[in-house]
Ligand binder design. Structure first.
Ligand code: BES
Ligand code: ZN
Length: 494
C-alpha cells in the first residue's frame, strides 16, 4: 500500500511538472526570452548581427539547449525572426510543411564479438546514429560489402551503391558498408533489399572523412543504421567472421514546421532576388555558427535595407528542417509555379559565416555567373577587396546546403561561408590567418556551437558584404524598370 501510494505521488508530481513545462513552453514567447533591444543606440552591422545571434542563443538556452526542427527552440527562433521582419514593414508569411521527425532516446550501441570470443565495443565518439534510422537491438553476423580497403591512401568508395554489391550477402546479417559516391539512403535501401537487419556505414577514409559522422536518411529505414569512424570500420572489417550487437533506440514520426518568408512590398515586376539561411540547428546544440550566423546576417541585412528608399524585389527566407535534408528550401522551391521560379534571378545562401578558425569562401553554382548572380558575386569580392580581406572562390563540389534546392531547379546561386568540420590547410592559414591542421569550426554539429564558437569578425565582414551586394542588385535594376538586357533569364522557347 505504502509503495503504491508513493509511486502514485511521484508519478503525479512528474505529470504536474511535465504539464507545467508544456504550458511554459507554449506561453513563453521569443520576445519574453529575448527582451526588447536597447532603444536609441545605433549599432554597427556587426553588432546588429551579433544581437540576433545572442537572441537565438538565449532562445536555445531557454528551450532545452537547441533549435532543431520540430522543437520549441525552432518555433521561438521563427517567432523572433518573423517579429523583427514585421516590425520593419515586410510582408511576412509562415510556410508550413511536414517532415520526418526523429529523436534518439539513448546513444547507439555497437559491440563486435570476434570468432575467438573477444568483445570490442565501439568507443562512444566512434559511432553515431543516422537521422531517420530504424530502432532495434539485434545481434547478428557482420558482412562486409565491397569495402575496397586495399588502396593506400584510401581511395573513393562506391561500396553498397549497386544491388550487385550484395550478391553474396547473407540474409539476416548486419551490412558493413563504406561511405562514398551515392546517398546513404541508396546504400541502405540496397542492404534492406538484400535482407540486412542493420547497417554500419564506416567513414570513407579520404581527406576529412575519417571520424564518426552524422548523416540523414532522406526517406528513413526500418532497420538501425549507424555511422562509424574509418578506423573503427577497419577494425570491424579485419575481425570478419564474428558477430555484432547493434542497437538504436529512437522514435520516428511526422511533425510540422515552417519557413519564415518575407517579401519587400514593392510591385516592381523586375527580377526577384531570394536571400536565405537555414534557421534550424541540429538537436545536439544551439547551432550558433550552423546556422545562427547566416540567419543573423540575413536578418540584419533585411532590416537595414528596409530603412533605405529603393528596395527592389527581394525575398528573405529562413528555412526550416535543413538539417533533416534541406526540406524547407525544397518545399519552397517545389511550391513555386514554373513562372515564379523563372522570375528568380539569383538565390543567395548564407550558411556558417562565423567559423572561429574561418576562411572566406565565395561560392557560386556557375564558374562564370551571369546577370544578377554575377553582380552579387562581384560585389562580395569587391567588398572583401575594399577591406583588404583575402577570399577564395568555390564552385561545384559536395555541399549540403539550401543552395542545392535552387540550383537543382536551374536557378543560379551565390553564397558565403567560412568553413565547417574540415581542417584548414596550411595554404589557407597563410592566406586567412588562423590555425592550419585544425577544423574551421571544431564545434560543428556539437553542443559547444554557442556564441563562444563565433568569430564576430567573420560574422561582421560577411554581413557587410551581403548588405553591399544586395544594394548593388537594386542599383543595377532600378525600381519600375524592366530586366536589364544583359540578364538572360531562361524562358519558354520562342
Ligand atoms: N551548414 C551545413 C552545410 C555546410 C557544410 C556549410 C560545409 C558550409 C560548409 C549544413 O547545415 C549541414 O550540416 N549539411 C549536411 C547535409 C544536410 C543535407 C543534412 C552536411 O553537409 O553534411
Ligand atoms: Zn548543419
Amino acid at each position: 500500500m505504502a509503495i503504491s501510494n508513493s509511486v502514485r505521488t511521484s508519478s503525479s508530481v512528474g505529470l504536474a511538472a511535465a504539464l507545467a513545462l508544456i504550458c511554459a513552453t507554449r506561453i513563453v514567447s521569443a520576445d519574453d526570452i529575448v527582451g526588447r533591444p536597447p532603444a536609441g543606440r545605433d549599432l554597427t552591422i556587426g553588432e546588429g548581427a551579433f544581437r540576433h545571434l545572442q537572441a537565438l542563443q538565449d532562445i536555445a538556452v531557454a528551450s532545452g539547449g537547441n533549435r532543431a526542427a520540430g522543437t520549441v527552440g525552432y518555433d521561438r527562433s521563427a517567432q523572433y525572426v518573423a517579429e523583427r521582419l514585421k516590425e520593419a514593414g515586410y510582408a511576412v508569411r509562415l510556410e508550413e510543411f511536414e517532415f520526418p521527425f526523429f529523436e534518439e532516446k539513448s546513444p547507439p550501441v555497437l559491440i563486435a564479438s570476434r570468432p575467438d570470443g573477444a568483445r570490442e565495443p565501439a568507443p562512444s565518439d566512434a559511432v553515431r546514429t543516422l537521422a531517420n534510422s530504424g530502432s532495434s537491438d539485434a545481434e547478428a553476423r557482420l558482412h562486409a560489402v565491397n569495402l575496397g580497403l586495399t588502396a593506400a591512401p584510401p581511395a573513393a568508395s562506391a561500396s553498397g551503391c549497386e544491388a550487385a554489391d550484395f550478391q553474396a550477402f547473407e540474409r539476416g546479417a548486419v551490412a558493413l558498408i563504406r561511405r562514398g559516391t551515392c546517398q546513404f539512403q541508396v546504400k541502405v535501401d540496397n542492404a534492406v533489399a538484400a535482407g540486412a537487419v542493420g547497417v554500419v556505414i564506416m567513414n570513407e577514409g579520404t581527406e576529412n572523412r575519417t571520424d564518426a559522422f552524422s548523416g540523414v536518411l532522406s526517406k528513413g529505414a526500418a532497420i538501425p543504421v549507424v555511422g562509424v569512424s574509418y578506423e573503427f570500420g577497419r577494425s570491424l572489417a579485419t575481425g570478419a567472421g564474428g558477430t555484432v550487437r547493434l542497437a538504436v533506440n529512437a522514435v520516428q514520426g511526422t511533425r510540422s514546421t515552417r519557413n519564415v518568408v518575407a517579401d519587400t512590398g514593392s510591385d516592381d515586376k523586375g527580377p526577384l532576388i531570394v536571400v536565405g539561411a537555414h534557421l534550424d540547428s541540429v538537436p545536439e546544440g544551439p547551432g550558433m555558427n550552423d546556422n545562427g550566423s547566416g540567419s543573423a546576417a540575413v536578418l540584419e541585412a533585411a532590416l537595414r535595407l528596409a530603412q533605405e528608399p529603393a528596395r527592389g524585389r527581394m525575398r528573405f527566407a529562413f528555412w526550416g528542417a535543413e538539417e533533416r535534408g534541406l526540406i524547407g528550401s525544397r518545399h519552397h522551391v517545389a511550391s513555386l509555379s514554373e513562372d515564379e521560379r523563372r522570375q528568380i534571378a539569383v538565390y543567395v545562401n548564407l550558411d556558417m559565416v562565423g567559423s572561429p578558425n574561418f576562411a572566406r569562401f565565395v561560392r557560386s553554382s556557375a564558374a562564370t555567373p551571369e546577370g544578377l548572380a554575377a553582380v552579387v558575386r562581384n560585389e562580395f569580392i569587391a567588398d572583401f577587396r575594399a577591406h583588404d580581406l583575402p577570399f577564395e572562390q568555390r564552385t561545384g563540389g559536395r555541399f549540403g546546403s539550401d543552395d542545392a534546392s535552387f540550383s537543382q531547379k536551374g536557378i543560379a546561386t551565390v553564397g558565403l561561408y567560412t568553413g565547417a568540420s574540415a581542417q584548414k590547410p596550411e595554404s589557407e592559414a597563410k592566406l586567412f590567418g588562423g590555425t592550419s591542421g585544425r577544423p574551421y569550426d571544431p564545434c560543428y554539429h556539437r553542443a559547444c556551437d554557442t556564441t563562444a564558437n563565433i568569430s564576430r569578425e567573420a560574422l561582421e565582414q560577411n554581413t557587410r558584404a551581403l548588405v553591399r551586394a544586395l544594394r548593388a542588385t537594386i542599383a543595377s535594376h532600378p525600381q519600375g524598370t524592366s530586366v536589364p538586357a544583359t540578364i538572360d533569364l531562361p524562358g519558354p522557347k520562342q
